[in-house]
Design a protein around this ligand. Structure first.
Ligand SMILES: [Zn+2]
Length: 251
């Protein structure tokens, strides 16, 4: 399996773009999350609507779903296809009613999420097979009263986990039998009320976890921080690695 992030930034990142990964295996392409920067950054990678086999969504924050409008309109109206949309249980109704319907509902024909996407619902505890991919979703602790799901993706003997946006202390589910775990990470100092995991908290993870961990969803000021040799040394000593946009990772 090859994983290439088209963006690695936090919610309001302009420098790094919204965090979103492109998974490729056996000629199939699966996108993880679809914020508003994703369609443009995928085109930078030479990937357009017709090149996407499925999109998986972790939760309903704008930096993870606002790009769906473009793919929905272009897929169905322009290209005449409905992109398969893999959604954790409970997300389909609010995705349409609270996020997309305001701009996508049309009086004459298109009234539902299913009019634009080929919707597949995934359940916790039941791995879901889609083509060459097996997706196993698991809830994470991100924002109170907001459903958010990480996912373990298996294909061709590779096991790769995505924590999605989460506070620190993810379930061992994500690390057991995974070769790589992509983990939410802010390099800002930890602050009260945060809904993300901070780098200093990840340093407390056991070493066998840290050596599997690649960091994503970091803030724009990370760019300045990592310009410092000292900071790069701290990250290197942690055993964790920083995922960068457009740089393929092989599992
Ligand atoms: Zn979020």
């Amino acid at each position: 399996m090859q994983i290439t992030w088209n963006g690695t930034g936090s919610a309001w990142s302009t420098y790094y773009g919204n965090s979103s990964a492109v998974l490729e295996n056996a000629g199939s392409r699966l996108i993880i999350d679809c914020g508003h920067t994703v369609p443009g950054r995928l085109r930078q990678m030479g990937i357009d609507v017709q090149d996407i086999d499925a999109i998986f969504i972790t939760h309903l924050h704008g930096d993870h779903v606002y790009g769906l409008e473009e793919f929905g309109f272009r897929g169905f109206v322009t290209e005449g296809v409905r992109i398969p949309l893999l959604l954790p249980e409970g997300l389909a109704k609010p995705l349409w009613e609270n996020v997309l319907s305001g701009t996508m509902r049309q009086k004459a024909s298109h009234h539902s999420l299913e009019d634009y996407f080929d919707v597949h619902i995934l359940s916790v505890g039941t791995p879901y097979q889609f083509g060459c991919w097996t997706l196993d979703i698991h809830p994470v602790n991100h924002v109170p009263n907001l459903d958010c799901f990480g996912v373990k993706v298996r294909a061709n003997g590779s096991n790769v986990a995505f924590t999605a946006d989460t506070k620190t202390g993810v379930d061992p589910f994500f690390y057991e039998d995974s070769q790589i775990v992509f983990h939410d990470c802010s390099f800002l100092p930890h602050f009260e009320g945060t809904v993300h995991t901070h780098f200093e908290q990840l340093l407390a993870y056991p070493q066998e976890y840290r050596k599997k961990t690649w960091l994503v969803h970091y803030d724009d000021e990370t760019h300045q921080r990592l310009a410092s040799h000292e900071w790069r040394q701290i990250v290197e000593a942690s055993g964790m690695r920083i995922a960068e946009s457009f740089v393929p990772i092989i599992s």
